[in-house]
Every structure is written in structure tokens, then in C-alpha cells.
Design a protein around this ligand. Structure first.
Ligand SMILES: NC(=O)c1ccc[n+]([C@@H]2O[C@H](COP(=O)([O-])OP(=O)(O)OC[C@H]3O[C@@H](n4cnc5c(N)ncnc54)[C@H](OP(=O)(O)O)[C@@H]3O)[C@@H](O)[C@H]2O)c1
Length: 307
């Protein structure tokens, strides 16, 4: 095990990415101070300590933050858990933007603030862009999700005023067997009911879960240099049609069903539109910074997850 003096404060540590990240950091020798909203579990894992509380209010989590060298902010209400009613939209925004502001304000109050702030964002930043190749300097879209990401990233960037190096990771859909898009569609594909959601020509930015944690570790270690934004999507950005055919081929099942855009809009409202908004994301900064993707191509990523 590598020996590290680093202490990392992780929010959203119970989530898909956070739980894997905490394991990876502890295995690499880091001390991890993990945050969750509910009271922390009594069980102690060597190298991992839990803190509870609301990130928008003072609490014991602030003393953990003050001991940390780096912060990884992954907390946020699920984007796909239900229709985007006005109340739900407020929760989606507050759970990301207000918590980011709470963390950044607490960092500014530390006598020796954490020197790195890594914050999640999403490829939804770009909105619906068809086949346009989207690098980190491409401009934002204009829909609800894009505006949420713009405000979330701006809140994160304010940590520079506390002296921190800030990296914002625009994640594509993270593929895992435990939750997320792959876990949701696998049962349908196994029944032969799989197929493209929306237009088969829409681009679908995706990322294997190992590369989600790998890119966070890369950002923490300064691999991105002064680059403040990383597109966190695999180099092979496929279309919805390619995604469906690849998954069907691996499972040896037909993947001919198609959920039309209009059905998604009817079923899920504005969230349905966001689900079918294609983005052809190019992870330019990660590649030029030397990040070596464990799973650059979809077929190998899916085979590794499904085997
Ligand atoms: N997974 C993806 O495909 C994907 C794609 C693009 C962007 N992202 C972003 O990357 C981050 C990590 O993703 P993930 O998949 O690991 O997320 P996740 O599994 O949904 O976990 C997020 C964590 O946020 C906390 N949370 C939930 N509701 C909250 C609320 N209302 N207020 C504050 N905290 C709340 C929860 O922790 P506690 O309840 O234990 O505190 C939860 O474990 C998220 O911000 C997500 O939006 C993910």
C-alpha cells in the first residue's frame, strides 16, 4: 500500500461514485473523511471516518473539512429519480449549488484551507448539441440541466478565492452494475426488450465507473495541470443506436425496441427531453494531460461490467 499524508474530504460518499472513490483512496493510503447527510454509521473502517450533517449549515463536518488537504464534492439529489416538478427542480439545484456554496464558504473560514477542490458536474452542461464535437471550452446549452451545471460550476470555481486549485468534472453517464443507466436497462435487455432511448443517432457520452474514480484521482493528483474543467467521458463516444446494438450483442439478445422521443417527453416531461439530448463529448483535457483510460471503448467496458 502506498503511504500518503493526504486527507481527503468526500461528499456524496454513499453514492455510486463516492463509495467506490472512498475505497480507492483508502486502498491508496489516503485518510478519507466521508460525508453523508444522515448520522454516520458506528462501524469504523481503517482509514475511513464518517461525518454527518447539512452542508448548508454549520456542523461537525466543518472540523473535518479544516483537517483536509483536498475536497471531492459528489453530493446531489438524483437527476433521474422523478419528473422535474418545480419542487424537484429546486431540490436538484439546492442539493448541488447551495451545498457547493456551503462547502466553499466553510473552506474560506479554515485557517489552512484544503488546497484542491474537485467538484462533479455533468455533460448536461452542453445541452442538446447533435453531432457537434464538444471539448471543454465549448459553450453551455440553455436548458434547465445546462443552467444548473453552469451555476454549480460557478459556485465551485469560487473556491479559488480560498486559495484552492479547482477541477470540475463533467461526467457522462457512469456505467456500473450497481446503479445508474446500465443497471436500470439490463433487466429489459435480458428480456429482449432493449433498444435506443430517443433517436438512435443521438450521441451518448458514457464512462466506466473505474474511469470515474480514476479521473477524480487524476484531478486530485494535479494530472490535469491548471486545467479547471475535465470532460469525464470515454474517448469512444457512441450513438444511442451503437449503444443498444453493442449491449444487445454482448447479452446475445435483440435490441430492436426504440423508445421514441415523444414517448419519453410524455412520460417524463422536461426530464425526458434531457434524457434524449445528445452530446458528443470529447475528453480532450484528460487525454492531453496523459490520463490513460482503463476503458476507452464501449464494448470492452460493457463486457467487463457484465461478465
Ligand atoms: N452517475 C452518473 O451517471 C452521473 C452522471 C453525470 C453527473 N453525475 C454527478 O456526479 C455526482 C456523483 O454521482 P453518483 O452517481 O455517485 O450520485 P448518487 O449515487 O446519486 O449519490 C449522490 C449522493 O448525494 C447525496 N444526496 C442525495 N440527495 C441529496 C440531497 N437532496 N441533498 C444533498 N445530498 C444528497 C446522497 O448521499 P447521502 O444521502 O448519504 O448524503 C447520495 O449518495 C452527482 O452529483 C451526480 O449528479 C453523475
Amino acid at each position: 500500500m502506498a503511504v500518503s499524508e493526504r486527507t481527503v474530504f468526500v461528499t456524496g460518499a454513499t453514492g455510486l461514485v463516492g463509495a467506490r472513490l472512498c475505497e480507492k483512496l483508502v486502498a491508496g493510503g489516503d485518510r478519507v473523511l466521508a460525508h453523508r447527510r444522515r448520522p454516520p454509521p458506528a462501524a469504523r473502517v481503517p482509514g475511513l471516518t464518517w461525518f454527518g450533517g447539512d452542508l448548508c449549515s454549520p456542523g461537525e463536518w466543518e472540523s473535518a473539512l479544516a483537517e483536509s488537504d483536498a475536497v471531492v464534492h459528489l453530493a446531489g439529489a438524483s437527476i433521474v429519480a422523478g419528473r422535474w416538478t418545480p419542487a424537484r427542480k429546486r431540490e436538484l439545484r439546492a442539493s448541488r449549488i447551495a451545498t457547493t456554496r456551503g462547502l466553499v464558504e466553510a473552506m474560506a473560514r479554515c485557517s489552512s484551507p484544503p488546497s484542491v477542490f474537485v467538484c462533479a458536474s455533468a455533460s448536461g452542461y452542453y445541452g442538446a448539441r447533435g453531432a457537434e464535437a464538444l471539448e471543454e471550452d465549448s459553450g453551455p446549452g440553455g436548458d434547465f440541466l445546462a443552467q444548473l451545471c453552469v451555476d454549480w460550476e460557478a459556485a465551485a470555481l469560487a473556491a479559488q478565492q480560498a486559495g484552492a486549485r479547482v477541477v470540475r468534472l463533467r461526467f457522462g453517464a457512469i456505467l456500473s452494475r450497481r446503479s445508474g443507466v446500465l443497471a436500470s436497462v439490463l433487466p429489459l435487455y435480458r428480456l429482449g426488450l432493449g433498444g435506443a432511448m430517443g433517436s438512435p443517432a443521438s450521441y451518448f457520452p458514457w464512462l466506466h465507473e473505474d474511469d470515474a474514480t480514476g479521473l477524480i484521482a487524476f484531478a486530485l493528483a494535479g494530472g490535469a495541470g491548471e486545467e479547471s474543467v475535465l470532460n469525464a467521458a470515454a474517448p469512444q463516444c457512441v450513438t444511442m443506436g451503437e449503444w443498444a446494438r453493442t449491449l444487445g450483442r454482448i447479452l446475445k439478445r435483440p435490441a430492436l425496441f426504440r423508445v421514441p422521443e415523444v414517448a419519453l417527453r410524455l412520460a417524463f416531461g422536461e426530464m425526458g427531453e434531457a434524457l434524449v439530448a445528445g452530446q458528443r463529448v470529447v475528453p480532450k483535457a484528460a487525454l492531453s494531460g496523459g490520463y490513460d483510460f482503463a476503458y476507452p471503448e464501449l464494448e470492452a467496458a460493457l463486457r467487463a461490467l457484465i461478465r
